[in-house]
Design a protein around this ligand. Structure first.
Ligand code: BDR
Ligand code: CA
Length: 317
């Protein structure tokens, strides 16, 4: 099974990503980053989720703020704790006595050439790890990210939360020269659970019932805040290329993050044109392709993620 380290800010959909990764991949570690709530709250959530999952992968706490500017948080969607809607078990073990960046480097060194680094929060830890240890580029099999949008944003008209939370870090990661997969909001919004899936989860064991309650809270928040009627499972989508590539179509193309724009800071600017083999005239050439950008989710993806939660639950005592 492919080893994966999940750098996340749990977060309802991060919780789903953690279970999806543990079910289909070898989840060898979890690192946390500020985002959906403060770094302390999201780290507690990661520890509570590990307990719920009856697993013993290491959890390490990371950055509490972006490389530049102030942190944002998404309590309006994920609640006061960052994971409102259900009580998680009390963790019987704490976080590692090391920073997230250290855990990322140690894990990548130990799984050289094999480790997938999946990032489902702000990219601060990942950018820091790449800057303190340039060899990380060679150690990783790839980086896969949930972030950005080629349609509307959810923080501003055009900027998505994980990228807007630390645009400098995000652009540095996209330009680091590691093979990178990126799935944005325009795609993940099409992978949402509704009432029927939540009811199914609520009929399962403790983990499935907890996920049902959490996703119901998430659904109600998203209805209120964004007027949408399914709870988007943004973060597990990032894992798809390493679980079942037939569940998502990707295009290899150029993507950068807008750092300067007055209206557009934090926007992912993606090359979606198809330029012919002719003189360009007024048209500017395409930037180099640096990212596999998700374009189309399969209708089989949502049931696959829900089933993973039910199947994982069934393995627990
Ligand atoms: C992203 O923002 C967070 O609130 C979610 O967990 C997800 O990673 C979606 O924009
Ligand atoms: Ca997240």
């Amino acid at each position: 099974m492919t080893p994966v380290l999940l750098d996340c800010d749990p977060g309802h959909d991060d919780a789903v990503a953690m279970i999806y990764a543990a079910h289909h991949m070898n989840l060898v570690g979890v690192t946390t980053v500020f985002g959906n709530q403060s770094i302390d709250l999201v780290t507690n959530n990661a520890l509570g989720l590990r307990q719920l999952m009856q697993r013993d992968f290491p959890v390490a706490k990371g950055a509490g703020k972006p490389l530049v500017g102030e942190r944002i948080e998404a309590g309006v969607v994920h609640g006061k704790t960052g994971l409102d809607g259900a009580e998680l078990p009390t963790p019987d073990r704490g976080a590692e006595d090391m920073h997230a960046v250290e855990l990322i480097l140690r894990t990548a060194r130990a799984h050289r050439g094999e480790l997938v680094l999946a990032a489902t929060g702000a990219l601060t830890n990942v950018a820091l790890a790449l800057s303190v240890e340039p060899k990380l580029r060679e150690w990783l099999r790839g980086i896969t990210i949930m972030g950005g949008s080629t349609g509307s944003g959810n923080v501003t008209q055009c900027a998505e939360f994980n990228i807007y939370a630390d645009p400098e870090a995000a652009d540095a990661v996209l330009m680091a020269g590691v093979e990178t997969w990126l799935v944005g909001l325009d795609v993940t919004r099409r992978v949402g659970v509704g009432a029927a899936d939540i009811a199914r989860l609520r009929q399962g064991g403790r983990l499935a019932r907890t996920m049902g309650d959490l996703l119901d809270f998430f659904l109600q928040s998203l209805k209120r805040v964004q007027g949408i009627d399914t709870a988007s499972l943004h973060d597990p989508c990032a894992l798809v290329p390493f679980i079942d590539p037939s569940l998502m179509e990707y295009r290899h193309t150029g993507v950068r993050v807008e750092l300067a724009g007055g209206l557009t800071r934090g926007m992912t600017v993606a090359e979606l044109r198809r330029l012919g083999n002719v003189p360009l005239g007024y048209m500017r050439p395409s930037p180099p392709a640096n990212v596999h950008l998700a374009r189309e989710p399969s209708p089989r993806l949502l049931p696959h993620i829900v089933q993973a939660m039910l199947d994982f639950d069934a393995t627990l005592t």
